[in-house]
Design a protein around this ligand. Structure first.
Ligand SMILES: Cc1ncc(COP(=O)(O)O)c(C=O)c1O
Length: 412
């Protein structure tokens, strides 16, 4: 046993998941653009298939090895190992072609026709669409729950409950959910079996929020965002404290073909080495911008964890170690003011997505959240005047100057 281990996740995200001895002593992981892997014997091939298809359990410590890149490949394994060490409380991880394929592969593994998924609004628009429009076609009922409604929803649906799905802070209003409280409700209402609680941890994880330490079973990520971090890959990931659950999801992934290919997995692992640097700098930048601009006359309200009050502030301090770099500004003057602001930006790029090194701005109501129902928009606080910002790693005073002149333009 190495007395230096375990390392802090900031260290392990740089160094873990890769053994140079397996790759001609290269200090960083090479790319393995390979679709199929050779077996030592026909017997080994047969045995590997039995385990991979779940017909035979693997013996403790037994490694089936690699078979075919839709099931697994070295770059996926290396990234998964690195992410697993970065996520506190995780024992296994899986990589996917996108955040949506991580979410859908997971939900298709856990839900069954006739079962119920309880979820708290708002969630990302694509997730919302899958829950409200696609799962019902497979006879899975997705039931939205609002703050304070968990007890009642659980009493009503506990028999058929397959999954609890949460997103915190939520896109785009940064509304936070008390994970420990929801976990206590779920465990209390369904004591006889473990209903998986899933959290979309894209906005703060794994650096500033560790849901697996707060009673949650699975984290999902759009790795397109902070994990990738450069707006140049589309990918997804999940981490869990339940290795068996991850094995089941990987079996579904093999049949849906939702594993990311070697180059993308390699790009993700490359990004892991700078994840802490980027997210810490981005969060500092966002905090400074919020401080500098929250009193601007066109800003009616700032949605940002350090600006929250009461229960939301309590949750932030209990659950998160920094506010992150997503900021939503509620502008006076509704959609016209929001559009004037967006059209005046010069350094910020007008684009959806988030978590990259460059700063981005968008109008959720007409873009990422445009498919949400009127009721969800109202409950979720996605108003006409809301502008969402993803703060990058640029020098903060340049960002501040750009945003200030755009907010001045929004005054009309
Ligand atoms: C919070 C959140 N979850 C999931 C997704 C879906 O991820 P992807 O676009 O990588 O499929 C997004 C995309 O914007 C997101 O913001």
């Amino acid at each position: 046993m190495d007395p230096l281990r375990p390392f802090h996740p900031e260290t392990s995200s740089v160094s873990e998941g890769f053994d140079p001895r397996l790759s001609v002593m290269a200090v960083r992981p090479p790319i393995f653009p390979v679709s199929t892997f050779a077996f030592a014997s026909a017997e080994q091939a047969a045995h590997s298939f039995e385990i991979a298809l779940g017909k035979l359990p693997a013996l403790p410590g037994e490694d089936v090895g690699l078979i075919y890149a839709r099931l697994n490949h070295p770059n996926a394994e290396m990234f998964e190992a690195a992410l697993c060490t970065a996520e506190q409380g995780a024992v296994a991880a899986a990589v996917f072609t996108s955040g949506m394929s991580a979410i859908t592969t997971l939900l298709l593994t856990l839900a069954r026709p006739g079962s119920v998924v309880l979820y708290q609004r708002p969630v990302y628009g694509g997730t919302d669409h899958f829950l409200r429009h696609i799962l019902p076609e497979w006879n899975v009922e997705a039931v939205p729950v609002v703050d304070g409604g968990w007890q009642q929803a659980l009493e009503r649906h506990r028999e058929r409950l397959a999954v609890v799905y949460l997103e915190t802070p939520a896109n785009p209003t940064l509304h936070m959910i008390d994970l420990r409280a929801v976990a206590a409700h779920v465990r209390g209402a369904v004591p006889d079996r473990r209903v998986p609680i899933v959290v979309d941890n894209t906005f703060l994880g794994p650096v500033f929020q560790s849901p697996l330490l707060h009673g949650v079973d699975v984290c999902v990520y759009s790795a397109t965002k902070f994990l990738g971090g450069h707006s140049d890959v589309l990918a997804g990931a999940m981490t869990s404290r339940d290795a068996e659950l991850v094995t089941r999801v990987k079996q579904t992934r093999a049949f849906l073909g939702t594993i990311s290919e070697p180059f993308t997995a390699w790009m993700l692992q490359r990004s892991m080495a700078t994840l802490w640097l980027r997210m810490v700098k981005q969060s500092k930048n966002a905090r400074r911008l919020v401080e500098a601009l929250k009193a601007h006359p066109v800003v009616e309200r700032v949605h940002y964890p350090t600006e929250s009050e009461g229960e939301q502030a309590r949750i932030f301090h209990q659950q998160c170690t920094a506010p992150g770099s997503m900021v939503s500004l509620e502008l006076r003057g509704g959609r016209p003011a929001a559009f004037r602001c967006l059209n005046a930006l010069k350094l910020f790029k007008l684009a959806v997505s988030l978590g990259g090194v460059e700063s981005l701005a968008c109008h959720p109501r007409t873009t990422t959240a445009s498919e949400m129902s009127e009721e969800d928009l109202r409950v979720g606080g996605v108003t006409e005047g809301l502008v969402r910002l993803s703060i990058g790693v640029e020098y903060w005073r340049d960002l501040c100057a750009d945003l200030r002149q755009a907010l001045d333009a929004a005054l009309g």
